[in-house]
Every structure is written in C-alpha cells, then in structure tokens.
Write a protein that binds this ligand. Structure first.
Ligand code: NAP
Length: 235
C-alpha cells in the first residue's frame, strides 16, 4: 500500500495495540476511525489522542454482536465515501489457559464470536465501502498461537479462534482478490498490553509497528499472507 492518506477503521482500539496503531497512523496523516464496544472507553481514548493534537473519529462497535456490526456499518456508510483499510484488531483471550480437554463451551463460543465471526461479518458488512476504496485491504490481527503447524495444548479458545481467523483470511483473500481487496493476517508479536502481560518482549509501540508495516510497506497486490513484520509465518 502507498503512504498517501487513507481512511482506516480499527476495531477494539480503546486500548492496547489498537489504540497505539490509531495514534501512529493519525501522526502519519491518515483519516483514522477508532472503534470500541464501550462508548465511554472509546470516547475517552479519542479525547486522549485529541489532547496529543491528533484527530480521530469514533465508531461504536461490538464485534461479538451481529446487530452492532450491521448498525455500525450503516452508520459508516453515511459518514464515508470509501474505506481503504479495515483492521480487525478486537479480540479476547479466553479465561481458560489449560488443556482443551477441560475447555468450557462458553469460553470457546465467546472467543470464536469475537475473534473470528466478528471480523468475517464486519468484512461482509463493509464490502461496499472497501470496494469503493480499492485497492483496499483487510488486516486480520492474528497470533502465532493460531498457527496450525505450531499448535500445542493450552489457551484452546484463543488458539482455535485465531487458526479459524487465519482460515477465514485465506477464504476472504480468494473471494476478494477479483474485487481489488487484499486480505492479510498479521501478528503484532508478543506485546506488553493487558492481553500480552508485563513479561512480553515487545512494547506496545513495537507491536503496533508490526501492524502498520502491513499498511505502509506491503504492496497493495500482496494478499493471502500470514505476516510478522517482514517474515512469512506458517499457516
Ligand atoms: P488488549 O489490550 O486486551 O485490547 C483488546 C481490545 O479489544 C480492547 O480495546 C477491547 O475492548 C477490545 N475488544 C474485546 N472484545 C471486543 C468486542 N467484542 N468488540 C469490540 N472490541 C472488543 O489486547 P491487545 O494486546 O492490544 O491485542 C490486540 C490484538 O493483537 C488482538 O487481536 C490480539 O489477539 C492480538 N495479539 C496480541 C498479542 C499480545 O501479546 N498482546 C499477541 C498476538 C496477537 P475493552 O476495553 O472494551 O475490553
């Protein structure tokens, strides 16, 4: 993608990597829409960026709720002519860290709804705007824990949801390539956020850089890839 000003929507962006990605993209002069499932937390994040001299829009959106996705897409269609980049960043880590043998149905369902189904439904709902913005791009924020080749036991819901997100990335890439929309799965690495914890090796700035890389450095025609910075990861 080129570095000219783009309209970019980031989900789950009231904190962590999503918020930092909004900050860095706004500094580069992009038109950024920060979305969050809580109006209070989202608007407070927008205010914080505004205090730093950065202007970003806000969109209320709960990625685990189909009605919220459809409502948000309707609102966005009224506000925008085109969308160049959708960053499906919102995600949860299931509370069960142990073996898949003891994983609870509710945890599996919740992580799948937020981490996998949400990005697919949101991409569908925003298709007219993405087509209007072509060459446009969907970035699914994934994880090395979603790599099927490297799959081990533990964090069952999260790992399965991210592996399924990677599969959805490939399906969407195949379906959207003829329409001028590329689809990339990218991991930020292990990052010191609420989700990553304080022992992680990357700062939030470095984690966000790994997502920005896909917007600023990876050519528009590149699609159907699983990236960590410049490196291609096994699906
Ligand atoms: P985080 O600090 O926990 O932030 C997650 C964000 O997602 C929060 O803004 C949260 O909002 C939002 N969210 C959760 N459920 C949502 C929903 N249903 N609708 C809308 N927003 C929702 O996590 P992070 O570390 O920044 O993670 C960002 C992305 O990077 C995720 O996709 C994660 O899987 C991926 N990742 C992270 C790491 C890491 O080490 N941190 C490693 C690999 C991949 P609330 O504040 O309302 O909860």
């Amino acid at each position: 993608m080129s570095t000219s000003s783009k309209t970019i929507l980031i989900t789950g962006a009231n904190k962590g990597i999503g918020l930092e990605a909004c900050r860095q993209l706004a500094r580069l002069g992009h038109h950024v829409i920060l979305s969050a499932r809580s109006a209070e937390r989202g608007e407070s994040a927008v205010k914080g960026l505004s205090a730093e001299g950065l202007n970003v829009g806000f969109l209320l959106l709960d990625t685990s709720d189909e009605q919220s996705i459809l409502r948000a897409a309707r609102e966005l269609k009224q506000r925008l002519k085109a969308l160049h980049v959708l960053v499906n960043n919102a995600a949860i880590l299931d509370t069960w860290q142990g073996s898949i043998l003891d994983a609870k149905a509710a945890d599996l369902r919740d992580t799948f709804a937020t981490n996998t189904l949400g990005p697919v439904l949101l991409t569908q709902a925003l298709l007219p705007l993405l087509e209007a913005g072509k060459p446009s791009r969907v970035i699914n924020v994934s994880s090395q824990l979603g790599s099927v080749e490297k799959m081990t036991d533990g964090w069952a819901g999260y790992g399965i949801s991210k592996a399924a997100l990677n599969a959805a990335t490939r399906k969407l890439a195949a379906a959207l390539e003829p329409r001028g929309i590329s689809v990339i799965a990218a991991t930020p690495g292990w990052v010191r956020t609420e989700m990553g914890g304080s022992s992680a090796n990357l700062s939030v700035e470095e984690g966000a850089q790994n997502i920005l890389h896909v917007i600023t450095q990876v050519p528009p025609a590149a699609t159907n890839q699983f990236l960590f910075g410049n490196s291609h990861l096994p699906w």
